[in-house]
Write a protein that binds this ligand. Sequence first.
Ligand SMILES: [Zn+2]
Length: 333
Amino acid sequence: MSQPPYYVGLDVGGSTMKAGAVDDAGHRLSSVSLPTEAERGQDLGLRRMCEAIRRAAAEAGLAMSQVAAVGVATPGTMDIPAGVMLDPFNLKPWQNVPVRAFVQRELALPTAFQNDANAAAHGEFWVGASRGAHSMVLFTLGTGIGGGIVLGELVVEGEHSHGAELGHMKIEMTNPRRCGCGGYGCLEAYASATAVAHRTLEALAGYSGTSALRALVEQKGAEALTCRDVFTAAEAGDALAERLVEETAYYLAVGATNAMHVIDPDVVVFAGGMIAAGEPFLERIRGHVGRLAFPVPAARTHIRYAQLGTDAGFIGAAACARQLHRRTCQGTA
Ligand SMILES: [Zn+2]
């Protein structure tokens, strides 16, 4: 049985946007994916966001009048209090997109707006890997590394909408690698899926031993090498791939330890494609954290994988809508 009130969350990504209706207990009632097609302009993008939300409600058998609030999560730089996307690098040519005002006016519903990684963290905190926890830190491992921090009722947005940028904490100051953000030495430049592939190509160039990865690169081309290829080769016992996976676990443990020493959270969660590597990879991360972190947090902090998969964004956006709705109700009570 679903529990009212109902919310619709929307997660806007570089290639697709995913929306879903969610009930008050966090159950998914529907899910709808539409192509983002950012290149066709932001006006179309905004209309499509509303369409995705309407379809998600309809697929769940809900009239829009039964939806208490909606939440929209988007990537890239943004002004969260203003409800505006600023310059999302993977949604070119969108700029200064007034997401919250448009959706709120078009659907005539209270609308929450949030960064996509913060939303994913909120989703995992509400009904996923950190359900029942008091505080959590989330790392999403993909093309880049996103971050989210939730402390009780608070999703840490920061004073300037740049809080919880965990992928851009500096982990290397000597000969640092260049990051996608333009800076140097960021965690993302070492441990994102893209960075794992880059590090592998560099390692191969200086490696004289035999590795299945060399044959793979010759066969499909350097650009086509993926993080998954490296993890698969490591599982098959390839020595170079094993080294790269081990180093990746170490970098992620450095990031987790830094976050633990700042926040001291109940749970640290890793999300994204890399978690397909399974429990052995998580054990490696835990092992390094055990050596790097202060003894008490090292012993007590739970380190887990995310549970909501690619639905985390829209569930988290719905969680933001729920929070907005509850605050509004409390305000008028
Ligand atoms: Zn960076």
